[in-house]
Design a protein around this ligand. Sequence first.
Ligand code: ARG
Length: 264
Amino acid sequence: MRDHLTVLRRTAAAGAVALAALSLTPGTAQARPADPGPGVVGGVPAQQGEFPWMVRLSMGCGGALYTQQIVLTAAHCVSGSGANTSITATAGVVDLNSSQAIKVKSTRVLQAPGYNGTGKDWALIKLAKPINLPTLKIANTTAYNNGTFTIAGWGADQEGGSQQRTLLKATVPFVDDATCQEAYGGSLTPGDEICAGYMDTGGVDTCQGDSGGPMFRKDDTGAWIEVGIVSWGEGCARPGKPGVYTEVSTFAKDIASGAASLGG
Ligand code: ARG
C-alpha cells in the first residue's frame, strides 16, 4: 500500500490499528529522491557493536533492549496484549544473516493500554530468556527532546525500497511540534509524539520496517538515551514531511510499570 495513504487513513478511527500495521509493507514506489544512497533513508552501515541493544523483530520491525529480557517497540508492530510465542527477536549483530546472531522467541506482549492507532505507539515484548547485551536507557524527562538524534534500522533504504540485511544509521534534527503539526495538518498528537527530519531538503529518515526501533541521542553523562520510537510519516524522507516518533519521555512511567508487570 502507498504509505502516504497511511497518514490519511490514520485519521479514520475504525481500523486504524490494522492499517498502521499494514504500513509495514513496503509501499508502491512514489517519486524518489534522486539518490538517497544506502540508508535507513540516507544512512550508512552501522559498525558491529555500535548499537548493541538494537533488535530486529520477525514481523518486520525494530526494537531496543529495555531490559535484557524485554524489547521496547511500537504498538503498531504488535496485534494486542497477552501470551505470544510467535515473534523472534534477532540481536547482537548488524548483519541479520550472521552465524553470530542471537535469536530468542517472545513469550508475552504488552501493547500500550488504550492504544487505538493514534498516539501511544509503544509496546513491550517479553523474551523467553535474557540476552546478555547492554540495554538502552529511556528518557524520563523532556530534557533530551531536542538537538540531533540518531536513527537506526533494517527497514527500507528508500520509499518503496526493500528491507536491509545490514543495520543502517543516520542522524536527523529535532522538529518542533508546531512545525510538525503544520506539516501534518493536525494528525499529530503533540504530547505523545516527537518529530525529526530535514524540513527543507528531506533525504534522511526512517522508513517502512524501521518502526519500533529507537531514535536516540547522548545524555549529559555521554550515555545513549532513547527519546523516540519510530512510528510513522508521510512517505519517507520527503521534504516538509518529518518522521514522527513516539515521545518516550511521555510514556516512561507507563513503560516502566508495564515492564514490571511482565516481570522485568
Ligand atoms: N510505519 C512504518 C513502519 O511500520 C515506519 C514509518 C516511518 N516513516 C517515516 N517517514 N519516518 O515501519
